[in-house]
Each structure stands twice: as C-alpha cells, then as structure tokens.
Design a protein around this ligand. Structure first.
Ligand SMILES: C[S@@+](CC[C@H](N)C(=O)[O-])C[C@H]1O[C@@H](n2cnc3c(N)ncnc32)[C@H](O)[C@@H]1O
Length: 216
C-alpha cells in the first residue's frame, strides 16, 4: 500500500480504535475531544444527568465528556481499552478521582467489572465501531444499567463513515436499524433518535434508550 493518503488514513484509524503511545495521548486525544464536541454535547443533553447519578462512559478517549459528567455532579465510571487514555484521564481528573467521584476501568465493553444494575445512565460516543462483539457489548451494558436506566449511543452511520478512506481499517459500519435491533434484543426500548451535525463527522446519530425491567 504505497498511497501516502491511504497509509495516513490507516494509521489514524488504528489510533481512533485504540489511541496509543505519546502520539495517542498528547495529539490524538485532544484532537478527538475537539471533533467530538458536537456529539458529546448532544449525548450529554440526552443523558439528562442529575447530581449523584451513577454514569458510565465507555470508550471515553480524550475525556471531554467525562469532564462534563463530573461537572454536572455525577459519580462517574469511565471504561476504555486504551492504556494511554486511562493514563491521560487519571492525570486530567486526578482531583475527582481522589475524591472518589471517578473510577477508571481498563477493560472492554463486553467485560465490565461492575455489579448488575449498578449504573443509572451509560453513554458511548464514536466507539461502537471497534467493539469486538457489538451484541455482547450492548448485552453487557443492559446487565449493568438498572431497569428504567438510560443508554445513549452516538455514532456515524455507514453512509457517512464511508466518505473517509480510513473506514476500511478496523471499523465496523452500522445503520440506524441495526443498532436499534441490537438494543431491543438486549432489553432496551429505543426512546429517541436524533441526527446531529458537526465538522468531521458532518452527520451522526444519537440513539437514546431505556433499560426495560425484566417483567416490563
Ligand atoms: C474514536 S475514539 C472516541 C473517543 C471519544 N468517545 C470521542 O468521541 O472523542 C474510540 C474510543 O473507544 C475506545 N474503545 C475501542 N474499543 C473499545 C472496547 N471494546 N471497549 C471499550 N472502549 C473501547 C478506544 O480506546 C477509544 O478511546
């Protein structure tokens, strides 16, 4: 693969999937925070966070949304497979971590070391494409979110991601219907789908769902 444009796209795709090293920590992470601004804002609004809510963010990357959740008074758990992102968040939010308001978990979404029904609200922005088994990841979120709790998922739909050559390297592409079906199969009721707009991505989807009680 000699095309420098494609090589750059492949490198960036790898960093987006699991930011690593000094480049991941000091260049990619703040960049992710900048481009995720619109999706983080919309996801935050859809979560409707109240002080004291136990909120989980999966795939927090640079930590922009973790900061918003903490500022809103939530008790936050951040889970990410990237050691570089865990290290960055540990430093960036050392005060909140020291106060016991932030727990950082180095793990994959499909194996969360959390008790069943221990989370009020969970969110994940631009991470779903990289989950090794999306159905298992969403089922694990259904396990840890209490009945009546909320899940917000933001992602670029397939037709949007296809505009960027990097999508060929490790991204799994989703349409709205597929994600809705995964949510419903895992015990969520989809409440709302909103289209958001930003710069890179131009267009993303934000699905809000409620964890249905076992007998509901
Ligand atoms: C493109 S970044 C998005 C980061 C941030 N949410 C944002 O929108 O800027 C994807 C993040 O998901 C994390 N991630 C990828 N696969 C994961 C998995 N299986 N479980 C948890 N986190 C994962 C990556 O390490 C990375 O931090």
């Amino acid at each position: 693969m000699a095309d420098p444009e494609l090589m750059r796209a492949r490198y960036l795709a790898g960093q987006f999937a699991r930011p690593r090293g000094r480049i991941g920590r000091w260049l990619i992470a703040p960049w992710l925070d900048r481009i995720a601004g619109p999706s983080n804002r919309l996801a935050f609004r859809k979560l409707d966070v109240r002080s004291g809510d136990r909120v989980l963010e999966v795939g927090f990357g640079g930590g922009g949304l973790l900061g918003r959740l903490l500022a809103a008074g939530a008790d936050v758990v951040g889970a990410d497979i990237s050691e570089a992102m865990i290290a960055r968040a540990r430093l960036r939010f050392r005060r909140e971590a020291g106060q016991g308001r932030l727990r950082l978990l180095h793990c994959s979404v499909d194996r969360l070391p959390l008790d069943t029904a221990s989370i009020d609200k969970a969110v994940s922005v631009a991470s779903l494409y990289f989950w090794p088994d999306p159905a298992a990841g969403i089922a694990e979120l259904a396990r840890v979110i209490r009945p009546g709790g909320r899940l917000v998922l933001c992602f670029e739909p397939a037709e949007e991601l296809r505009k960027w050559p990097g999508h060929r390297f490790g991204f799994r592409l989703f349409g709205q219907e597929e994600v809705e079906a995964l949510l419903e199969a895992a015990g969520f009721q989809v409440l709302d789908v909103q289209v958001g707009h930003g710069r890179k991505p131009d267009r993303f989807l934000c699905l809000s769902a409620e964890r249905v009680a076992a007998n509901g």
